[in-house]
Design a protein around this ligand. Structure first.
Ligand code: MG
Length: 161
């Protein structure tokens, strides 16, 4: 019998002009800004990794991939997600479902939501129907509203054998 467990993840990065923006493993073209980060700063994948690790009751993403470790400099966060899938597997865990939201003022992410779902689902070996990627703005409020940052939230369900 499988046990179903839930985890939650959150991430935020500062945005800088002229940097490239990658979200959910998808490169977003013509963005006026991108995250300042040690890795590619993919807040969505970082939140997803933390949600999956949290569901399994494991350590957080910073524990497995310290941001002062040169091995993770400019690494594609899809590589980190693959690692997390392996860490879960070693514990008898399997991703079942993800629900996520990215909070970003601009550019609009709606045209890329489906592609992000597909990439994440493929990396985790689950159906894209089980990976929801939603996007919202912060309605101009606060730091995210001023385009100073980008944040993401994720909830994961995993099964444990
Ligand atoms: Mg991060």
């Amino acid at each position: 019998m499988s046990l179903y467990l839930t985890g939650f993840g959150y991430d935020i990065h500062q945005l800088e002009k002229g940097r490239s923006l990658t979200l959910g493993g998808v490169s977003i073209p013509d963005s006026p800004h991108g995250p300042a980060a040690h890795s590619d700063g993919d807040v969505l994948l970082h939140a997803v990794c933390d949600a999956l690790l949290g569901a399994a009751g494991l350590e957080d993403i910073g524990h497995y991939f310290p941001n002062d470790d040169p091995r993770f400099k400019d690494i594609s966060s899809l590589e980190l997600l693959k690692e997390v899938r392996g860490i879960l597997r070693a514990e008898g865990g399997k991703p079942v479902q993800l629900d996520t939201t990215v909070v970003l003022e601009e550019p609009k992410l709606t045209p890329f939501r489906k592609q992000m779902s597909t990439v994440i689902a493929k990396t985790l070996g689950i159906s894209e129907r089980r990976v929801s990627v939603k996007a919202t703005t912060n309605e101009g409020i606060g730091a995210i509203g001023r385009n100073e940052g980008i944040a993401a939230f994720a909830v994961a369900v995993i099964s444990m054998s």
